[in-house]
Design a protein around this ligand. Structure first.
Ligand code: NAP
Length: 226
C-alpha cells in the first residue's frame, strides 16, 4: 500500500479507483474540479482527501503541488477526461477540439510535470494515463469521434515520451484502456462496470515493471497496437 493521486475522482472510473484503493488501505488524494459538489468522493471511507484540481488550470496544479509538499506519491492516475462532440468529416467543432486536447492530452502532461518530484520520492512509483482503444490508429477502421480519438492517440505518444523522460528518475509510465465502461462517458450500454474495470487495471498496474514502461495496454494487461 502507498499513496495515490487520482484526477477526475468525482465520478465514474476515477471514483471507483478512489473507493478501491482506499478500501485496500491506500492513502488517496482524490482530485476533482468542484469539491463542493463531490459528495460521493467525500463519502468514500478510508484515508481519502478531496482536492480541487481542474487539469487545465496551472494555478490549481501549483497550489496542490505546494500543499502536498514533500509527500511521496507511489501511484498517479491521470484519469480525468472528456469525450467532446462526435464530429465527423465536414462537422468538426474546432473550438471543442482544442478543449478536448487541453483536458485529455495537455492535462496529463501538466499533472505529470507538477507531481514528478512527489513520484520520485517513492520507492517504485507508477504513472498511469487513462487512454482508450479509440486512440489506436492500428484499430481504427470506422473513423468518427475525431476529437476524442486524436486526443488519446496524442496521449499515447505523450505516454511514450514520459516513459523515456522519467526512466532515469525511476518512474514506470503506461497508458491503459479501461474497457468500455458504464459511466457518464461510456453510457448505459457499456458492458463493464467501473469496479470490474478498476480491479482489472489495478492488477495490471501491480504487474507493470520497468520493461513495460511506455506501453499501451488493455485493462487485463494485453498490449494494444498503436
Ligand atoms: N467509460 C469508458 O468506456 C472509457 C473508455 C475508454 C477510456 N475512458 C477514459 O477513462 C477516463 C475516465 O472516464 P469515465 O468514463 O469515468 O468518464 P466520466 O464518467 O465522464 O468522468 C470524467 C471525470 O473527469 C473529470 N473531468 C473532466 N474534465 C476535467 C478537467 N478539466 N479537470 C479535472 N477533471 C475533469 C470529471 O469531473 P466533473 O465531475 O467535474 O465533470 C469526471 O470526474 C477518461 O480519461 C476516459 O477518456 C473511458
Amino acid at each position: 500500500m502507498g499513496t495515490a493521486l487520482i484526477t477526475g475522482a468525482s465520478r465514474g472510473i476515477g471514483l471507483a479507483f478512489a473507493r478501491r484503493l482506499a478500501a485496500d488501505g491506500w492513502r488517496v488524494h482524490g482530485c476533482c474540479r468542484m469539491p463542493e459538489k463531490a459528495r460521493a468522493l467525500k463519502d468514500v471511507e478510508g484515508d481519502v482527501e478531496c482536492h480541487r484540481l481542474d487539469v487545465t488550470n496551472g494555478l490549481h496544479l501549483r497550489a496542490l503541488g505546494r500543499e502536498l509538499a514533500d509527500e511521496p506519491l507511489d501511484l498517479l492516475i491521470n484519469n480525468a477526461g472528456i469525450f467532446g462532440p462526435r464530429g465527423g468529416f465536414g462537422r468538426i467543432a474546432y473550438e471543442d477540439w482544442l478543449q478536448v486536447f487541453d483536458v485529455n492530452t495537455l492535462g496529463p502532461m501538466r499533472v505529470a510535470e507538477a507531481f514528478v518530484r512527489h513520484l520520485e520520492r517513492a520507492e517504485s512509483p507508477k504513472l498511469i494515463n487513462l487512454s482508450s482503444r479509440l486512440g489506436s490508429i492500428a484499430e481504427n477502421d470506422s473513423s468518427g469521434w475525431h476529437l476524442y480519438r486524436s486526443s488519446k492517440a496524442a496521449l499515447n505518444m505523450v505516454t511514450k515520451c514520459m516513459a523515456i523522460d522519467l526512466a532515469p528518475r525511476g518512474v514506470v509510465v503506461a497508458a491503459l484502456h479501461p474497457g468500455w465502461v458504464r459511466t457518464d462517458m461510456g453510457g448505459r450500454s457499456a458492458p463493464v462496470v467501473p469496479d470490474d474495470s478498476v480491479d482489472a487495471m489495478l492488477a495490471t498496474i501491480d504487474r507493470l515493471g520497468t520493461d513495460d514502461s511506455g506501453g499501451f495496454y488493455a485493462s487485463d494487461g494485453e498490449p494494444i497496437p498503436w
